[in-house]
Structures are given as structure tokens and as C-alpha cells.
Write a protein that binds this ligand. Structure first.
Ligand SMILES: Cc1cc2nc3c(=O)[nH]c(=O)nc-3n(C[C@H](O)[C@H](O)[C@H](O)COP(=O)(O)O)c2cc1C
Length: 193
């Protein structure tokens, strides 16, 4: 797969292979993700650290070729619609904004969701399954679709699937799929005191 080679992080230091290999893919083939594979990916999420071990994350998901998949897909903004059609799984990731035991505000909820999603994506990568987080979706539509309580907030959507060649994508997605990744330098965001 051409994109897979292009997207590997070109690191200066000996960063973990799995971290180098994860990237936000758009070109998926329609190979299904089995329930066992999916549960493995989700179990990786559950082992993330969280404030008070609250595990405030919730993932509502659907497999492709189901009515629920279409309903989740409809929540996406137009720019995310074309390439997510062939994802194997679509999810809406949510957080509970209050601690279950005390009802108090959990200021770490979204942070902790990010931790869980990061682990989920790395686990998926290790299984040759690629994920793509999307903030571009209609949160009001999602809240209505999922019939969520007021203290449950949809934060982002995630597409998961096996890779396909970039050629199957329309522009501008094809070019994005074949463009290398870059990052800020470590010195730009870490400061010794
Ligand atoms: C919270 C969040 C929201 C994002 N929203 C979108 C989105 O709506 N559409 C999209 O194509 N990519 C989206 N991305 C993917 C980012 O553009 C991508 O992670 C970034 O460019 C770095 O690329 P990489 O993940 O391949 O390293 C999002 C990523 C995150 C973490």
C-alpha cells in the first residue's frame, strides 16, 4: 500500500514503531471488522488512565451495511462524508460530564476520552486497522439520534477500517492520502525550566 509507506512518521528519535505507523487514513476497503477484532480494539480503550478511574468515555458504533451506520454517517459534515462511506465501523465518541458517584463536574472527561481513543487507535494499528477521528459532525443531530441525557456529550466521531489504495478516493482526499505527515519540533512545545 503506497499510502502506508508515505505516512510512516519520520522521527528523529527511536519512537515506538506503532506510534510511527498510526495515521488518519481515508481510503478504506469494505472488509468487515469482526466482533472479536472490534472488542479487542475497544478493550485497549478501557485500559486507558482516567481521573478517579471514572472511564467517562462512551462509544456508540455501527458496522457498515446497517441502517445504524447510515444514521451515524448522516451526522457527518459534507467534507467527511465521501471517504467515510467505505469505513467498516463508524462511532460517535461521547463523555459523561459528571462523576457517576458524586454527580460533580468532571473537568477531565474530554481529556480522558482522548487517552482512551489514542489507545484504541494504536491497538487498531497493530491489527492493520486504521482509524480517523473527526470533529466535523453535527453534535445536535448526534445527541438526538442517540437520545443522550444532558450530561452526556458527543465529542467526536471515529471511522475505522482496513486500508485500500488511495486511487479509489476523489480529490482532494486522494492527494491528502498520499501526502507525508509533519509535526512541530519537540523544542516548539516542550520547555525546560
Ligand atoms: C479531535 C480531532 C478532530 C479531527 N477532525 C477531523 C475531521 O473532521 N476531518 C478530517 O478529515 N480529519 C480530522 N481529524 C484528523 C486530523 O486532521 C489529523 O489527526 C491530523 O492532521 C494529523 O494527522 P495524522 O492523524 O495522520 O497524524 C481530526 C483529528 C482529531 C484528533
Amino acid at each position: 500500500m503506497q499510502s502506508k509507506l508515505i505516512k510512516v512518521a519520520n522521527t528523529i528519535q527511536p519512537v515506538l514503531e506503532l506510534i510511527k505507523q498510526r495515521w488518519s487514513a481515508r481510503s478504506f476497503n469494505k472488509q468487515a471488522i469482526s466482533q472479536e477484532e472490534f472488542h479487542t480494539i475497544m478493550e485497549a480503550a478501557t485500559w486507558a488512565a482516567s481521573a478517579n478511574n471514572e472511564q467517562p468515555w462512551m462509544y456508540y458504533y455501527a458496522h457498515n451495511n446497517t441502517e445504524s451506520f447510515s444514521k451515524l454517517w448522516e451526522c457527518l459534515v459534507d467534507g467527511n462524508k465521501p471517504w467515510t462511506k467505505s469505513a467498516s465501523v463508524l462511532m460517535i465518541a461521547c463523555v459523561r460530564k459528571t462523576f457517576e458517584k458524586t454527580g460533580k463536574n468532571n473537568g477531565s472527561a474530554e481529556h480522558d476520552l482522548g487517552m482512551a481513543s489514542s489507545q484504541l487507535l494504536l491497538q487498531a494499528t497493530s491489527m492493520n486497522i486504521y482509524g480517523h477521528i473527526m470533529g466535523g459532525f453535527d453534535r445536535i443531530k448526534a445527541k438526538e439520534l442517540l437520545n443522550l441525557d444532558d450530561n452526556i456529550v458527543p465529542v467526536n466521531m471515529i471511522a475505522l477500517g482496513y486500508l485500500a489504495e488511495a486511487d479509489q478516493l476523489e480529490e482532494p482526499y486522494r492527494t491528502r492520502e498520499l501526502t507525508g505527515r509533519n509535526r512541530k519540533k519537540v523544542e516548539e512545545f516542550s520547555f525546560e525550566l
